[in-house]
Design a protein around this ligand. Structure first.
Ligand SMILES: [Zn+2]
Length: 101
């Protein structure tokens, strides 16, 4: 089924594990010392909140729901290669109820 490869569960652990590499790509030079602080963490085990305190927001650790426009630790990622749509569980439940109605 083609849709299954386009619908994935958001993997917060993988997101956090890659945050240092992503940060260094976006902000080479580490002017504010964020990369150094991230490098000191065990990114395979540290809490999302620890990373968020260092960076100052949830945009590098959480799913930003396309429907309710809030950050969540879990959700679903739809990606067709051109577009990515992120939905939290609550909004998925609302969508499911709409189609069942
Ligand atoms: Zn939502």
């Amino acid at each position: 089924m083609r849709a299954l490869s386009r619908i994935q569960r958001f993997n917060q652990r993988a997101q956090i594990a890659g945050v240092l590499r992503s940060w260094q790509q976006q902000y080479p030079g580490d002017k504010d010392g964020v990369a150094k602080k991230l490098a000191a963490l065990n990114l395979k085990r540290c809490s999302p909140r620890t990373v968020e305190k260092i960076i100052g927001n949830k945009s590098w650790t959480c799913l930003f729901c396309s429907a309710c426009t809030e950050y969540h630790d879990d959700g679903i990622v739809f990606d067709d290669g051109d577009r990515t749509i992120l939905l939290c569980g609550e909004c998925l439940t609302i969508a499911s109820k709409l189609i069942e109605a």
